[in-house]
Ligand binder design. Structure first.
Ligand SMILES: Nc1ncnc2c1ncn2[C@@H]1O[C@H](COP(=O)(O)OP(=O)(O)OP(=O)(O)O)[C@@H](O)[C@H]1O
Ligand SMILES: [Mg+2]
Length: 255
């Protein structure tokens, strides 16, 4: 499988010379097509910062990031927005739904630019709506639905165009366990059957147990990495819990 993400010596600092804070420190990461990778670590470890850099939302202070063979560090804004539109799907904590559009229109948004006929569009939207249990709310507006429904709408929107790279920051945070399981099964299916590459930040060991590999970050650096391999989801879940216990520094807020 080809390499989708290649991050080398990525660094992100905030502040001025006298008061510099390193959020990501010389981070290396290689992710291959079809991998479902979890990112875990204590609050403030740098998980969202790393994800935002890979999502081309944030610029690194140093190092290089190649996505699908192209360095995103040197890309101009025009190229970046085309890149985001064509290759990336986002599921973020604050949903980013447009309040003036219905749930259905929000989901259609990433497809609007694809040359697809109306029937095909309807079919796609219905498929994802069924997958995330939001068929009944398709005609509603974001302010008329619950937090969990917003998150499921955002997830549906993120996967509807079948992007090659899906970036998710706490996608199950606001979901009940049934919706969370549906979303995780959906993501797992995309990686296994559609070769989608998925990077998911999570505090939840249950969510992480759906990944093939989990990267643990502490203080902006790689702490350790777990590979699911042949272990069952339950076994992997326990291995994730073991690492969280050794991570230290506020273990209570990582599970
Ligand atoms: N714009 C910013 N300016 C200054 N410091 C920042 C900025 N954004 C993030 N940081 C700091 O960088 C560190 C990493 O933040 P980040 O949001 O990546 O953490 P995280 O691992 O996602 O945490 P959480 O689990 O709480 O979401 C934190 O200490 C944070 O305070
Ligand atoms: Mg975060």
């Amino acid at each position: 499988m080809k390499t989708i993400i290649e991050a080398k010596q990525v660094k992100k600092t905030y502040g001025t010379k006298e008061n510099v804070f390193t959020a990501i420190d010389e981070f290396n990461l290689t992710v291959r097509q079809g991998e479902f990778v979890g990112i875990m670590g204590p609050s403030g470890a740098g998980k969202s910062t790393l994800l935002n850099i890979l999502a081309t939302i944030d610029e690194p202070t140093g190092g290089d990031v190649k996505i699908d063979g192209t360095s995103i560090v040197k890309m101009n804004e025009e190229k970046l927005s085309a890149f985001r539109r064509d290759k990336l799907g986002f599921i973020f904590q604050d949903y980013n739904l447009l309040n003036t559009l219905t749930v259905k229109e929000n989901i259609l948004l990433p497809l609007a630019l694809a040359k697809m006929n109306v029937q095909e569009l309807e079919k796609r939207v219905n498929e994802v709506a069924v997958k995330f249990g939001i068929v009944e709310i398709l005609e509603k507006y974001p302010y008329q639905i619950s937090g969990g429904q917003k998150q499921r709408t955002a997830a549906a929107r993120a996967i509807v165009a079948k992007p090659s790279l899906i970036l998710a920051d706490e996608p199950t945070g606001a979901l009940d366990s049934k919706s969370a399981t549906d979303l995780l099964e959906g993501l797992k299916g995309l990686s296994e059957h559609d070769q989608a590459t998925i990077l998911m930040v999570t505090h939840d060991a249950f969510a992480a147990s759906y990944c093939q590999r989990v990267i643990f970050i502490k203080d902006g650096k790689l702490f350790t990495e777990l590979i699911k391999g042949e272990s069952s989801r339950k076994q992997f879940f326990n291995r994730v819990l073991d690492v969280l216990a050794t991570l230290g520094g506020g273990v209570s807020d990582v599970i």
